[in-house]
Every structure is written in structure tokens, then in C-alpha cells.
Design a binder for this molecule. Structure first.
Ligand code: ADE
Length: 227
């Protein structure tokens, strides 16, 4: 059983994504547990303050050290985390190999940022890994965390019905996935490639591999350059 804890100032934003589809199945099968924690509960003083003006001036609030450390310490008292991840656009770009590696862990803690971000000292002393889901800025780390948890959760053994299917995803073999078809074999003159109806498994495998290669060459030649 993998456990993922998420610290957020907008926990409601995170409840829905994990209650549907594959992540729900992962949870129902006892393979993945996701717990969302409201950082506000660790806010300071009467107003449960979690952010403050930045030293040196400038617009935008910065998330303070204490609420975050207090929250993390509470969670750490119960278990050891393999990684304490901060979602941030200047982190390591998420790609399939990183999702694969993280899916092998037991306990992950994910911190979602807001405003201008978190006090840099947290990144130096507490955070062990920083992840970006792409070169664009979201209004907070929650949606990025949901993307990360989805990418990890579907890789856990037993989550997908057909255990092999994640192996054939785009990117798993460094290639984009080949095209797929289903019934009807012909729709108003649009035909499924004959080879897929031939029953010749070896030829179909060949065709799929070649289509994957062709598609990758056309759309993502950078994937072929990497190795
Ligand atoms: N927070 C804001 N933008 C983000 C991004 N692109 N990736 C991860 N976390 C973020």
C-alpha cells in the first residue's frame, strides 16, 4: 500500500480528483491512500496566518516557515517519508521516468505552493524534491499535485485492469503510442487498417511498432534524439 499525504491551503480542490476513475479503483483495492491536509489548521494566531509580506519588498505574499514545518512534523511523527515534494514551476520537469521511480516509493509527502511561493529556507532544509508539471504557471500547486498523483497511482501494480497496459503507454518505451481502433470496422467509408483485422499477431505487432516510430518521428523527434 502506497500512501501520499498532500498539504494544501485549498484542500477542497483536491478531493474530487481522487474519488473517480483509476485513482478511486486504486483506493478501493487498497493500493493507494491519499490524505489531504489543510495547512490553515496550522496557521499562526487568531487569524490562522500562513503567509506574510516578503522581506525586501515587492508584491505578493510568501508562505511562512512555521505553519508548514509544524504540519510536516506532525505527519513525520507517524511515518517516514521517502520524499517531501514541493510542486513548483522551477522544479524538475515531470516526465514518465520520474513517475515510474516515484511509484516504487512507500510514503510521499507533497506540498502545494501558493502566492509567490514558500520561504526559500524550507526548500533548503525540508523539501527533498521539487517537481514542475510543465513550463507554465498555475495559480497553485494543487492541480499539479493531482497530475503527479494520477501519473504515479496508475502505475501501482494491480491498479490497471490489464496489468501490462501501462507498459505500452506513450513514453514508456520512449515512443508515442500507436493509433487504436474499435468497432465498427467501417464508418461511412472510414476504414480500419486491414492489418488489424487480419488476425496475424506478429504482423500486427510489427505494424504497431512502426506506427509508433513514425508518429514519434513526426510529432516528437526530440524523443528519438535523447538516447
Ligand atoms: N505551481 C504553479 N505552477 C506549477 C507547475 N507548472 N508545476 C508544478 N507546480 C506548480
Amino acid at each position: 500500500m502506497m500512501r501520499i499525504d498532500i498539504i494544501s491551503v485549498l484542500p477542497d480542490l483536491l478531493h474530487s480528483p481522487f474519488q473517480h476513475s483509476i485513482l478511486k479503483r486504486a483506493h478501493d483495492k487498497g493500493l493507494l491512500e491519499v490524505h489531504v491536509h489543510d495547512l490553515r489548521a496550522y496557521g499562526l494566531g487568531k487569524y490562522k496566518q500562513i503567509d506574510d509580506y516578503q522581506f525586501g519588498g515587492g508584491a505578493g505574499m510568501v508562505m511562512m516557515i512555521e505553519p508548514i514545518v509544524n504540519c510536516i512534523d506532525d505527519l513525520r511523527a507517524a511515518r517516514t517519508y521517502d520524499d517531501i515534494i514541493y510542486m513548483t514551476p522551477d522544479g524538475e520537469r515531470l516526465a514518465q521516468p520520474l513517475a515510474n521511480r516515484l511509484s516504487l516509493q512507500q510514503n510521499l509527502l507533497i506540498l502545494c505552493g501558493h502566492y509567490k511561493g514558500i520561504d526559500e529556507r524550507l526548500r533548503e532544509h525540508v523539501i527533498t524534491r521539487e517537481i514542475s508539471i510543465g513550463d507554465y504557471v498555475l495559480s497553485g500547486g494543487e492541480l499539479a499535485a493531482a497530475v503527479l498523483v494520477d501519473a504515479i497511482g496508475r502505475l501501482l501494480p494491480g491498479v490497471l485492469n490489464d496489468e501490462t497496459s501501462a507498459l505500452f503507454d506513450s513514453f514508456q518505451d520512449g515512443l508515442l503510442a500507436p493509433p487504436v481502433y474499435t468497432r465498427p470496422a467501417e464508418y461511412q467509408g472510414w476504414k480500419v487498417p486491414d492489418i488489424l483485422l487480419s488476425g496475424n499477431t506478429a504482423k500486427i505487432e510489427d505494424w504497431r511498432y512502426n506506427m509508433a516510430l513514425q508518429r514519434t518521428r513526426e510529432r516528437r523527434p526530440d524523443l528519438l534524439d535523447e538516447e
